[in-house]
Ligand binder design. Sequence first.
Ligand code: ARG
Length: 566
Amino acid sequence: MTVREILRGRMRAALEAAGLDPARADISVAADTRFGDYQSNAAMVLAKERKSNPRQLAAEILPQLDVDGISAPPEIAGAGFLNFRLDPEFLAARLAELSADPRLGIATAVRPLRIVIDFSSPNVAKPMHVGHIRSTILGDCLARVARFLGHVVVTDNHIGDWGTQFGKVIYGWKHFRDEPALARDPISELVRLYREVNRIEESDESVKRAAREELVKLQARDPENLAIWKKAVELSWSAFEKLYAMLDVRFDERLGESAYNDALAPLCDDLARRGIAGTSEGALCVFFPEIPDLAERPLIVRKSDGGFLYATTDLATIDYRVARWNPDAIWYVVGAPQALHFRQIFAAASRIGISANLAHIAFGSILGEDRKIMKTRSGENVGLAEVLDEAVARAGRLLVDRGLPPDEAGATARVIGLGAVKYAELSQNRLTDYVFSWDKLLAMEGNTAPYLMNAYVRIRSIFRKAGAEADPLAPVTVAEPAERALAIKLVQYAETVPGVVEDFRPNLLANYLYELANTFHSFYEACPVLKAEPATRASRLLLCDLTARTLAHGLSLLGIACPDRM
Ligand code: ARG
């Protein structure tokens, strides 16, 4: 149990004893630590409900509150808050427990869920752009945290490997393919073919017709076109895989859109037969008259020419996932512009009788330093590969400037560069657009990966100087204010991590780690470690060790490694 849960339990008991609703036993970290470590606004909420005086109600709850051995007697503050200040002995005992616990106090979920996470999902013959980086990094982090909490997770990369772009790609492949370029950089070459055909089409109707015919032939499973399509998909996938390896992101499944081709026609027939979909101007649609903002926005599942759509594939995908994994939840980590699409899909799924909890985990855009959607100088979307390479190169220069020998700088630069890009993403509220700034993301100060890594590295160097690791059984004392602040931060790690998947907010964890690093710095400035008396030294080394472990663990849940030196 976390400290917050323990206090909540005591609060619940007190409310019950006072004849009040125990469901109101809310406990949160104190907003202002001068008045306490934790607080409850239960009295205020209850007073509002029963239109009585909150401070008076707090005074009635107080005598029922038994927090002996946990906190000093709670105090009533402000409009009726109850404030708790943890006992130093209680904190010390918690730290000893954490020190012996490889999970650092984080319990596994009482009811493990089966969760399918759909993320990354780039499109073939189109470059993976910085928008996909958000999905890849966020999705991977959510998968890591959910797994650590004991949920059963299936990660599925729903790549866009079937679509109208293939008519053009196949036509281009047959007429303008450049083999060496294809071998060197398959995605760029496929994109070049696509764009080339697009360009020629504009002035040449016959090419437009020919490209469309290639698409029709592909859809009719023409062996030659099918072979070209397959080749294009595999080439793209191998390029994607290089990026995933670099980012240390893994997928359990890679069931792209094409995996559902054969399911689309039967699905539509079934929807029509069950009366879930109806025809309008020749198209088969699911209507939502009962949902106000969807009433005018039916979901088209089959066009009047018989063609299927992105949405049809998504419905077939849900069917498949439910049949195969029987998930409690399916999470889609996809940009905010697709919000309407997912609302329609989820509404249609509920008509079909799907009970899994479907969640669209949306995110905003990445902006360039000019605050516009990030583009290269020639106006193209910036490729993910270029971003990652540049991150590593910049981190390398930084390390050489710091005097690290070049042979060591190489490997460390990867850890720092890639970690910095990931952290820039994960430390933001996912829904807000953020400005991508190299200087900011690689800064040694501020809420950045290098800053957190540096805190970890500094602690490791303390142990190198000490010539020994911390004694995990050393008695801990929490005496100085800076020790106390650090101890409280450390016990709060276990309270922070579950919030990441409750709200789909990795930034809660990132911000926690940033505060932990800051708290550690203040501690280290105020409290000598290696020069302290033996008992104090051992206790402080244990605090240092727990801090380093928590930083490294938290970063690993974000998908970020830590260097030993930097
Ligand atoms: N390939 C799509 C895109 O790049 C994202 C797919 C997201 N997943 C899904 N099941 N629709 O926009």
